[in-house]
Design a protein around this ligand. Structure first.
Ligand SMILES: [Zn+2]
Length: 367
């Protein structure tokens, strides 16, 4: 089975890795001076939640202020080290009535303003407030939206997709079987469900979640993304690269992205091509170019070779392949204890002086 995938770089995660205490949510004049008592109440609830959350995130707080005990999309982050709440401020620009029971709260999450720097907008997002027994509670936008979507519930994955899309059921089953096989292989014992959202593009998936803009956006049809911990966004039901992230990220939150991208690319390819395709590109590339692989992190900065192959992901997948074939799954998992690529190479007995030659050997041994 040829697997075509694309994954947005995890490097965005580093933008958000320096937590500072979250600020209170700020409101636009439209909200602040609203005469609608519901808007006034909802803005208080929302503000309370943001304030309390920055001090202590507890389930009881969620139970008290949220409708239903569902995942709160706002606690989703780009990675375990990059919780939105800890690193950005929130600006709520409108709270508008949708129907008799529902209001829509529209906000922007952005980096803290520093003198002489423009804030970075992380996302524009919406959530809802729903009236329950005369009181308003916060309501996850997707929990409301998904009622109008089709779904396929198959054990370890729940797929949601537009009623306009049609898929061969076998594609859903293949993904579910892959997850089961992968977990067994790596001894991952959990019954956690993966939420898998399918739409025409990644941006359309975000829109279903109530996120019309995010820093990790893409209009590409083949783009995929995994929202930590276990929500996959894709335009197709068999996005193996993202499924590997959805299984591995929650269990190895602090492992280096070198290992996460390596294992996901080894099993599922990346950037719309299979791992084998990328290795063939690499074989051609090293014949035509002088490249030094000694500094792995610098490979992230190089554009995809031949417009197709990301060097960082492909090198990491070659290392994963080598370890699986030569040293086994247990050894591979031990490398997920390393939080940076240099530590991975040290654990494999490599030094700066022999890394380059070793990687070239890994590329050539696939010829
Ligand atoms: Zn990836």
């Amino acid at each position: 089975m040829k697997i075509l995938v694309y994954c947005i770089s995890l490097s965005y995660v580093f933008i958000l890795c320096n937590p500072v205490l979250a600020q209170r949510v700020k409101f636009s004049p439209e909200v602040s001076f609203s005469q609608d008592t519901n808007v006034i109440n909802i803005s208080k609830i929302w503000s309370n939640y943001v304030d309390s959350y920055s001090i202590q995130h507890t389930d009881s707080l969620r139970k008290c202020l949220w409708y239903q005990e569902t995942a709160d999309i706002l606690t989703y982050s780009l990675g375990a080290k990059a919780i939105f709440y800890n690193s950005c401020s929130h600006f709520t620009f409108s709270i508008r009535k949708i129907d008799e029971r529902l209001y829509e709260i529209n906000s922007i999450a952005q980096s803290e303003s520093l003198p002489e720097t423009e804030p970075v907008i992380f996302k524009i997002y919406k959530l809802l407030a729903i009236e329950v027994n005369g009181k308003y509670k916060l309501f996850n936008y997707f929990d409301w939206k998904k009622q109008s979507l089709n779904h396929y519930d198959g054990g370890s994955i729940v797929f949601y997709f537009s009623p306009l899309l049609n898929f061969d059921e076998n594609k859903f089953r293949e993904s579910i079987q892959f997850v089961e096989m992968f977990k067994k292989c790596y001894d991952i014992d959990d019954n956690e469900l993966i939420t898998y959202i399918i739409a025409g593009s990644m941006d359309e998936c975000w829109a279903l979640l109530g996120v019309p803009y995010t820093i990790v956006h893409s209009e590409k049809r083949y783009a995929g993304y995994t929202i930590y911990p276990r929500t996959v966004l894709s335009s197709r039901p068999d996005h193996i690269h993202e499924l590997v992230h959805a299984i591995m990220l929650p269990h190895y939150q602090y492992a280096s992205s070198f290992m996460h991208e390596g294992i996901a690319t080894y099993y599922g390819g990346t950037s719309n091509y299979s791992f084998e395709h990328h290795v063939r590109n690499m074989q051609r590339y090293i014949k035509e170019n002088d490249i030094d692989f000694s500094n792995i992190e610098e490979l992230r900065m190089i554009d995809n070779i031949y417009g197709e192959t990301p060097l960082f992901n492909t090198v990491s997948a070659l290392v994963v392949e080598y370890v699986i074939k030569e040293q086994g799954y247990k050894k591979l998992l031990s490398l997920f204890e390393c939080d940076n690529s240099q530590a991975v190479f040290e654990k494999l007995g490599m030094s700066n002086s022999n890394t380059n030659n070793w990687i070239i050997q890994l590329i050539e041994r696939n010829e």
